[in-house]
Design a protein around this ligand. Sequence first.
Ligand code: AMP
Length: 505
Amino acid sequence: MTQENHLFSQILSAVRDEAAPFLETPAGEVTTYGGLIGRSAAFANALVALGVAPGDRVAVQVEKSPEALMLYLGTVRAGAIFLPLNTAYTPAEIDYFVGDAKPALLVCDPARMEALKGVAEKVGARVETLDAEGRGSLRERVDACATTFSDIARGPDDLAAILYTSGTTGRSKGAMLSHENLASNARVLCDYWKFTDKDVLLHALPIFHTHGLFVATNVTLLAGGSMLFLPKFDLADVLRLMPRATTMMGVPTFYARLLGTDDFTRELAAHMRLFVSGSAPLSAEVHKAFSARTGHAILERYGMTETNMNTSNPYEGDRRPGTVGYPLPGVELRIADPDSGKVLAQGEVGVIEVRGANVFKGYWQMPEKTASEFRADGFFITGDMGLVDDRGYVAIVGRSKDLIITGGFNVYPAEVEAVIDEIEGVAESAVIGVPHADFGEGVVAVVAPHKGVSLDPDAVIAPLASKLAKFKQPKRVHVLPELPRNTMGKIQKNVLRDMYKDTFG
Ligand code: AMP
């Protein structure tokens, strides 16, 4: 029988000095490791008092704050399953996640309380609040709790988190991540990227996503390092704080924005040890411009919610623009024919498949969907198309599922199309991503009206505001009499992407 809480004891195993800082806000408020241990214990106590039992889900839609991070750790220590939700999701979207995951507790911003009370009630979940400053009803409960907690025992295969990834069919799927999925990836990355207790990570990513929550936070914890914890990517704050950091993890948009200002200079970045990029393709252009400006080669890595991190460019050695590097230690990677599953030779383009301790346990309550995304020998079919080059580096060439990535956020066209198709006068729609200087890809909708109807693009955009998170809403709508189709009747999105490639150009 396991006696310890696997993830928490692993990621905190490096703590030697409880007075050492773990996190500092832009306002200079510091949380030490001792503070983290006490505060996450108080959160765990509060959760238990609220009736959260081991294996229960704790759904959380709150702004980024140190308290939100303590809620993550407290949930893990209480043996429950952390379920973070994008802050941009509308109450209508939250309704689906809560209905699917049936959490025991929903934690939301006080401003959302009224809109979400009914959503939680339907599944018998309690609702507590936490705002951007870490205030709210949950805070009051936590403040009254003891700062010691006897961690609930959890083994490597027990679930630590469920993160929803939007599905190509429009239905989101909850990726179930075990304690060891997260712990093993943190160990590998900490070692591969040479993190130590001397590291100070500039943390400007959201914490409802695998990158900011698990990669950045778990690696820092495991190393015993610290973070400068920004509520969001604010260019002025990033420039101001960079001189105190040693490392930064970002999405490509961060690096493009830094290059967009002359205030980002070689001197400012001179003392930095490492810049990591992921979650979306980093263009070779940005990679090269960054090297030219700073002398640093951004280290690009590749992962996904379901698999944690799969590949990384080397720490020492050539970080090749346009590639995502080598499979990480312990991760098996192969390229296969998407239809037959036949493993392809080096250099051939196919679907990327991975296997290892990093790969998730399946989709929450979707055994058939889970089975269809794994090969019989246990490899997970990522849906990303790529190849392994002559030096063993993996390059991603596209996505088999038409996923759009805008500013690091994933948008699945099917979900947006379903909402647009409900608008009066719309016969059909196709949602595509086209090049956008700031966001990488910008969301564009191409809409065909019913015969005899004339559609105003603004009339298509306006009704989406209450139904879809802002990042999913098309930035531009084009109207066509009909959408181009191939002989099989499929809408030719490649033709549309080409037609509208200069929309933001
Ligand atoms: P998410 O689950 O939100 O992390 O999104 C995962 C998807 O982001 C992957 O399946 C890839 O399509 C894409 N992705 C992540 N990292 C990279 C990268 N370095 N280059 C290209 N695409 C990436």
